[in-house]
Ligand binder design. Structure first.
Ligand code: ADE
Ligand code: ZN
Length: 322
């Protein structure tokens, strides 16, 4: 192992862009499916992995939502989250801010309570048993209506102490942030911070809307910002973080190869970029693999790795002291 690989493995990291449903490895998917009597659209673990060839965000989301149908009980959400935390500990992740998609579950008859309770209990165990601190971010599915998002926010209010922020994910194109201004306004009034996926497949205008209308603290992905010089100047001046996910961008064909990824340019421009794994069970690697593949393809040096790791804590919702 070379010096960069050791640094990547050992340096303390925060993960800020991680969909808990996207950590469902095929082995666990089949185990949970069996105990809940849910038939999967794949014949076997190997067949599931074979099916993971995507050409854009939607082709991934179709499989991701189908696989999530095995998750039904509090125990399932606990097991899912606990498996991720154990994996995160191996990568020396010290803090994680996890997305969950309640609408993916509630729309098929699962109650909100077991979903959040299972995740929350695992996060508590992650703190006591693995020393990993965490925050939870509730994401609204942007392909569904703003009214549905508002209903989900209302369901979440009794659990507000367990949720630090709300976010926006799912199919980006055709679903601009402005659609969700009212629900984000309400979320901020209720004391939640805000984030949003923007500029993954969508244009720079969606990043402007996320900043100006949803008043987000950081942008998830945001890699298309480089198409707009004025936007880049703003991201640098205000140090608005981008949670970049290199393997996700590669697997969803946002860039044709890792060598074409713009992460190094973002860093060199002074943007507060971070590295994250998005949906690691589907995209071929957890956070260290994302760092490693980006470092190899883009010739990242020790200074770049340290900057990325420092940025991850700076961009987190941890207090200054912590
Ligand atoms: N949900 C899970 N992963 C996502 C991504 N990369 N973009 C949008 N929605 C998602
Ligand atoms: Zn994402």
């Amino acid at each position: 192992m070379d010096a960069i690989a050791r640094l990547i493995r050992d340096i303390p990291k925060a993960e800020l862009h991680l969909h808990i449903e996207g950590t469902l490895e095929p082995e666990l998917m089949f185990e949970i499916g069996r105990r809940n009597g849910v038939k999967l659209p794949f014949e076997s673990v190997e067949a599931a992995r074979q099916a993971y060839h995507f050409h854009d965000l939607q082709s991934f989301l179709n499989i991701y939502y189908a696989a999530a149908s095995v998750l039904q009980t509090e125990r399932d959400f606990y097991d899912l989250t606990w498996a991720y935390l154990q994996r995160a500990a191996k990568d020396n992740i010290k803090h994680t801010e996890i997305f969950f998609d309640p609408q993916t579950h509630c729309d098929r008859g699962i109650e909100f309570d077991p979903v959040i309770r299972g995740i929350h209990r695992a996060l508590q165990d992650g703190k006591t048993q693995l020393g990993i601190s965490s925050h939870l971010i509730l994401c609204f599915l942007r392909h569904l209506s703003p009214e549905a998002a508002m209903n989900t926010l209302k369901q979440a209010l009794p659990y507000r102490d367990w949720i630090i922020a709300v976010g926006l994910d799912s199919s980006e194109l055709g679903h601009p942030p402005r659609k969700f201004k009212a629900v984000f306004d309400r979320a901020r009034q209720e004391g939640f911070l805000t984030v949003a996926h923007a500029g993954e497949e969508g244009p720079p205008e969606y990043i402007w809307e996320a900043l100006d209308l949803l008043e987000v603290s950081r942008i998830d992905h945001g890699v298309r910002c480089l198409e707009d010089e004025k936007l880049v100047r703003r991201l640098v001046a205000e140090q608005i973080p981008l949670t970049v996910c290199p393997l996700s961008n590669l697997k969803l064909c946002v860039f044709p190869s890792m060598k074409d990824h713009n992460l190094k340019k973002l860093l060199d421009l002074g943007i507060c970029a971070t590295i994250n794994s998005d949906d690691p069970a589907y995209f071929g690697g957890y956070i260290v693999e994302n760092f490693q593949q980006a470092a190899t393809a883009l010739d990242l040096d020790e200074h770049d790795i340290e900057t990325l790791a420092k940025n991850s804590f700076k961009a987190s919702f941890l207090s200054e002291n912590r």
